[in-house]
Write a protein that binds this ligand. Structure first.
Ligand code: ATP
Length: 280
């Protein structure tokens, strides 16, 4: 039932070139380019309001850009849909900030929404069985499928949102600040779950975060948004070698150093030392 037969074979399932986004006179992105590699967890960071969520919304077609090119899984997103192929929207899952669950539906019914939309031919029984499986896959007990979002803790809501994002066995997973508002233990558990799902399901993950621990724990590369563009993409040691003030302040500041100390990555420590900054 998934896009398995159409799995993307190219190197970059997400390609953005020359993107321009603006609201009225307020320009958010100008000539922004980014390539996401197949199978990676790409962390997307940047100051508040730099346009991380707008970028994600443009990639998934919710925010049509003023200019530029966006290609997802080999499909030009600026072109009208091809009714014969599998609907491109069924090949990604999205966890929006705050979970965006329907409050009047149970968790299981929330997970069933995309199944109903894209696979209306499924029987009620099979659909509900798939939903319960996705709930368990997201680390929730199966009984959570019968609860309403208001009955769940913040961490459980995130997992419920994740279950819905995984409903259609996506190739791409978009996560917008998944650990925001979680306590450190809950955040670390969510990070491990994301990494585990990525490895076992072969997902490519576009992950917006402010959480330095998440970057160290699960991201293969990090893209930095500043000055209306992606100013750098690379591993954390590669980013540390750059002289951009925001990058240095972010990774080499006290919080960046604390996150590194918790992770204890010798490659990053060496890169930090070679910058000669104490960050204190
Ligand atoms: N629909 C909209 N209409 C007008 N302005 C918008 C709209 N959506 C976003 N913006 C503006 O675009 C800018 C970027 O917003 P966005 O939510 O992408 O930032 P962000 O980098 O994700 O920030 P944060 O880290 O705080 O979540 C902000 O100035 C925001 O006010």
């Amino acid at each position: 039932m998934t896009g398995l037969s159409q799995d993307y074979e190219g190197e970059y399932p997400i390609v953005v070139e020359g993107l321009r986004n603006a609201f009225g006179e307020h320009v958010i992105h100008e000539d922004l380019s980014l390539r996401v590699r197949k199978g990676e967890v790409l962390g997307v960071v940047g100051g508040s309001g730099t346009g991380k969520s707008v970028l994600m919304r443009s990639i998934i077609g919710l925010q049509p850009p003023r200019a530029g090119r966006i290609e997802v899984l080999g499909r030009d997103m600026m072109e009208p849909g091809d009714s014969e192929g599998i609907d491109i929207r069924s090949r990604w899952g999205v966890l929006f900030q705050g979970g965006a669950l329907f409050s009047t539906l149970t968790v299981g019914e929330n997970v069933e929404v995309p199944l109903k939309q894209f696979y209306p031919e499924l029987s009620n029984e099979l659909r509900s069985e798939i939903a319960r499986f996705k709930v368990r896959l997201s680390g929730l007990p199966e009984e959570a499928a019968f609860k309403y979002p208001s009955e769940l803790s913040g961490g459980m809501k995130k997992r419920a949102g994740l279950a819905r994002a995984l409903a259609l066995d996506p190739e791409l997973l978009f996560l917008d600040e998944p650990t925001a508002g979680l306590d450190p233990i809950g955040a670390a558990a969510f990070d491990s779950l994301t990494r585990e799902l990525k490895e076992t399901l072969g997902l490519t993950v576009f992950l917006i975060t402010h959480d330095l621990d998440t970057l160290y724990a699960i991201c293969d590369r990090v893209a930095v948004l500043a000055d209306k563009q992606v100013i750098a993409v690379g591993t954390i040691p590669e980013l540390l070698a750059l002289d951009h003030p925001w990058i240095q302040e972010y990774f080499n500041g006290p919080r960046g150093r604390a996150a590194l100390a918790a992770k204890g990555d010798p490659d990053v420590e060496e890169a930090m030392d070679s910058t000669g900054k104490t960050g204190a």
